[in-house]
Each structure stands twice: as structure tokens, then as C-alpha cells.
Design a protein around this ligand. Structure first.
Ligand SMILES: *[C@@H]1O[C@H](CO)[C@@H](O)[C@H](O)[C@H]1NC(C)=O
Ligand SMILES: *[C@@H]1O[C@H](CO)[C@@H](O)[C@H](O)[C@H]1NC(C)=O
Ligand SMILES: *[C@@H]1O[C@H](CO)[C@@H](O)[C@H](O)[C@H]1NC(C)=O
Length: 421
């Protein structure tokens, strides 16, 4: 009897609860944007402000980017879902922000009042075996929403080589769309990540599904049946996707060449900068000079393949090009500290520039480590130098209304846009 009465009690409490939940749902007006997406057939989850999922999926890796609030956060499960997001943003005339799978420090992927697409559910990875008859190498179909840590767990470096982000929290999408450099040697051997992408499946700024490869652009219906094939002997969209991809499309699949051999292990040679105490120097940089955090990355390109957008296309026999990345971050809310850090970095940069020019080089910047340098060369020259005209022409063709934009995107004009974290 005791048992039964308990069961009845719990039955009643569940019914009351369900009844309240039902009431609650019918009392709260459904968000019109969410309703719009659902009506189009959007399959993934959609969250609006106030919901737990909104706060969970809005924030970047390790909780960064706290100060930007999209109108809604949608988590596409298919290319068609992404297309619906683009179409709704267009028809409602609201901005679009997109993130792929990994970390990011500058928050270019998240905008206030935007329709925000979180691509982390698009994280498939499928191995395609080589087909010698068709001259097809070993490949992966990779979704943008994975991290490289996740990819390498399934396709370990003890068996396969591929160009990947070194840090396990680097995202597949952002990495491959911004060039994709492996800093510990794999890029010297196999080129940049983007050089190994054979085909992009993407949603364009008009919501069209495209497959883009070296010599062709295919338009497809959302059910993936082919609408049209354009043969492009010189495919500048393919080129643009390799080093400035986020300005041209939302990629939902990368057909990615990998290699059936273990990854060559790098030998890392630490280089100590002379000074009374290197440790003390870095402490000074952080505290006395106003920066919260600084780091150096030194890469020596001594292999046959160089990244597309680096080093101004040096002749292939030229060895020993190096890149040196010096990155500092500071608290933008403390303006005196920020100013001090910025000045120090500018000074260091001017000196390094001068030395580089004396050596017959000039400084270029890796797109995936962007920065605002309002006193230096314009951002488009730093990232893409003489390729920028090609990129602008492609932008005009594929995204004339500039839907796919963010700080330092192709076609943007704001130099000093690095957002506050
Ligand atoms: C977004 O809007 C909020 C509230 O209006 C504001 O505090 C914040 O600085 C804005 N963030 C960005 C990135 O513009
Ligand atoms: C779209 O929004 C922008 C800025 O939010 C505004 O300037 C523009 O007039 C709007 N266009 C239409 C067609 O409503
Ligand atoms: C795919 O969609 C198009 C356009 O809606 C339609 O004409 C075609 O028959 C569909 N194909 C398949 C295989 O469902």
C-alpha cells in the first residue's frame, strides 16, 4: 500500500509538472526567428536569449567572447540547415555570425544581434580509400565542426600524416579557411592545410549549395542533386577559399587529402633570446609593459612546399625562409595598461620590420593570428598582399551585399575592429 500510494503521488506530481510545462509553453510567445527557421525545415537545435542552450553555445572555447549577444543561436545538422540560416538572415535583414569547431581569441565569429550559426554539430569524418584508376589519393570528408584533437583521435599520427592544427582545440573549419599552418614541420613537408583541400562543399551568401574544386564549380539542389556545372580553368573562388575562406562561403565539408604514412616527428630547437634573464624578460613584458600574455612562434620553412599566402611566393629552390610570430594580449578595459602593451608591441614590430627589410624580406601576417595594427600597413596587405585584388573581385561576384563579413574580412574597411574579448 505504501508503495502504491507513493507511485500514485509521483504519478500526480509528474502530471502536474507536465501540465505546468504545457501551460508555460503556450503562454510564452514563440520567437519569430526560431519559428521562421523551423518552418523552413531546420533540423538542428535553436536557442533564444534566456535559454540554457543559448548561454552554453554562444560562448567561445573556455568561455571567451562574453560581450556579444546574438538574437538566436542555431546549431545546423546539415548543409541545408546552414542554407536556411543564410536565407533567413537575408530575408530578415539581420547580420550573420558563424563559428566552426575550435578556439578563437578575437571573437570575429560572434556578433551582437546576429543570427548565429554554431557548426559544431557538423563534425563528421569519413575516410575515402585511394582510387588509382581515377587518380584519387587517400582522403577524408571532414565537417568544419570538429577539432583537430578529435580528428587525430580517429586518424592517429602513428598511422596517417595530414596537415593539422597543433593544439588539439584548433577547429577544422577556421584552420582550413585561414590557410592552415602546422608550425612544427608538417607544413614544411606537405604544404599548408588549405593546399590539401581538394573540394569544398559550401553554402554561398545567397544560400546556394556549391561544390568548389580546382577546375569546376557545381551548383546543387539542397537534396544534393546537381543543378549545374561550371568549368573553371582558373578557379579564383577555389583560390579565395584557401586563404580567406570565411569571406566567401560557409563550408560544410572539406574533401581533404591525407597520407598513408606516420607523421614525421619534428625536432624542436628552442632558441633563447639573449638577455639578463629570459624568464625575467617575459615577466617584464607581461607586467611592467602592460601585456597580460605574450608568446613567440618561430617557424623555419625548409621543405619543398610553402604556404600559399606566405612569403610572397618565393622561388622553390629558395630555402630557409622563416616566420616569426609575436603575439601579445592585453585587457582592453584597462586603457592605460592596453596603451602600454600596444606601444611595446608596435616598437618591437617596427624593429623587426626594419631588420626584415634590410634582409630583403617584408613582414606578412598569418590570417589565423590576426591583429589590429592601425599604425602599420593595412590589414589586407599584411594578410594577402598582391592577391587582394583577386579576392576583392571574387567577393564582388559571390557576396556583393557583404553578408559574410567580420573584422578583417575581404571587403571590410575597418582597420581597428579587433573586438574585445
Ligand atoms: C553588444 O551589446 C552589448 C549590450 O548592448 C554591449 O555591452 C557589448 O559591448 C556589445 N558587444 C559588441 C561586441 O559589440
Ligand atoms: C537592412 O539593415 C541595415 C542596417 O541594419 C539598414 O541600413 C538597411 O536599410 C536595411 N535594409 C532593408 C532593405 O531593410
Ligand atoms: C532534388 O530537388 C530538386 C529541386 O527541388 C528536384 O527537382 C529533384 O527532383 C530532387 N531530386 C531528388 C533525387 O530528390
Amino acid at each position: 500500500i505504501l508503495k502504491r500510494s507513493k507511485m500514485i503521488a509521483s504519478f500526480w506530481s509528474i502530471s502536474v509538472l507536465l501540465c505546468l510545462v504545457n501551460l508555460g509553453v503556450s503562454l510564452i510567445a514563440e520567437d519569430p526567428l526560431r519559428m521562421g527557421l523551423k518552418q523552413m525545415g531546420f533540423q538542428g537545435a535553436i536557442f533564444v536569449p534566456g535559454e540554457i542552450g543559448y548561454h552554453k553555445f554562444r560562448l567561445g572555447h573556455t568561455g571567451t567572447c562574453k560581450f556579444a549577444f546574438p538574437k538566436l543561436v542555431a546549431r545546423p545538422r546539415t548543409s541545408a540547415d546552414v542554407a536556411f540560416g543564410v536565407m533567413l538572415a537575408r530575408s530578415e535583414n539581420i547580420s550573420l555570425s558563424v563559428r566552426s569547431g575550435g578556439h578563437g581569441y578575437l571573437c570575429q565569429h560572434l556578433k551582437n544581434n546576429s543570427l548565429h550559426l554554431d557548426l559544431r554539430r557538423l563534425n563528421h569524418m569519413h575516410l575515402l580509400t585511394p582510387d588509382p584508376e581515377k587518380n584519387l589519393p587517400l582522403r577524408l570528408n571532414l565537417g568544419p565542426g570538429s577539432t583537430w584533437g578529435r580528428v587525430l583521435k580517429q586518424f592517429p599520427i602513428s598511422r596517417y600524416s595530414m596537415v593539422h592544427g597543433q593544439c588539439t582545440t584548433v577547429g577544422v573549419g577556421g584552420y582550413l579557411l585561414g590557410g592552415g599552418v602546422n608550425f612544427v614541420g608538417t607544413s614544411s613537408k606537405l604544404g599548408s592545410g588549405s593546399q590539401n583541400v581538394m573540394e569544398y562543399t559550401m553554402i554561398s551568401a545567397t544560400g546556394d549549395l556549391l561544390k568548389v574544386s580546382e577546375n569546376a564549380i557545381q551548383t546543387l539542389h539542397l537534396n544534393e542533386s546537381v543543378k549545374d556545372t561550371l568549368l573553371e580553368p582558373k578557379n579564383d573562388l577555389f583560390f579565395a577559399l584557401k586563404g580567406a575562406g570565411s569571406s566567401f562561403g560557409i563550408v560544410t565539408n572539406f574533401l581533404y587529402q591525407i597520407y598513408d604514412e606516420p607523421e614525421t616527428q619534428p625536432v624542436l630547437v628552442p632558441i633563447f633570446f639573449r638577455g639578463p634573464s629570459n624568464y625575467q624578460d617575459s615577466v617584464n613584458l607581461r607586467h611592467d609593459l602592460g601585456c597580460d600574455w605574450c608568446y613567440w612562434t618561430l617557424v623555419i620553412w625548409n621543405g619543398p612546399k610553402r604556404p600559399l599566402f606566405f612569403a610572397n611566393d618565393p622561388p622553390p629552390d629558395q630555402k630557409g625562409i622563416y616566420t616569426l610570430d609575436f603575439t601579445c594580449q592585453y585587457d582592453p578595459h584597462s586603457s592605460a595598461q592596453a596603451k602600454r602593451c600596444e606601444n611595446v608591441v608596435q616598437l618591437a614590430k617596427a624593429r623587426m620590420s626594419k631588420i626584415a627589410e634590410e634582409e630583403g624580406e617584408h613582414l606578412n601576417q598569418y590570417y589565423n593570428t590576426p591583429s589590429c595594427d592601425i599604425n602599420g600597413r593595412p590589414f589586407y596587405e599584411r594578410y594577402w598582399h598582391h592577391h587582394y585584388e583577386t579576392l576583392l573581385a571574387q567577393k564582388q561576384i559571390w557576396d556583393p551585399t557583404n553578408l559574410l563579413t567580420h573584422c578583417h574580412a575581404v571587403g571590410s574597411t575597418d582597420e581597428d575592429c579587433c573586438p574585445t574579448v
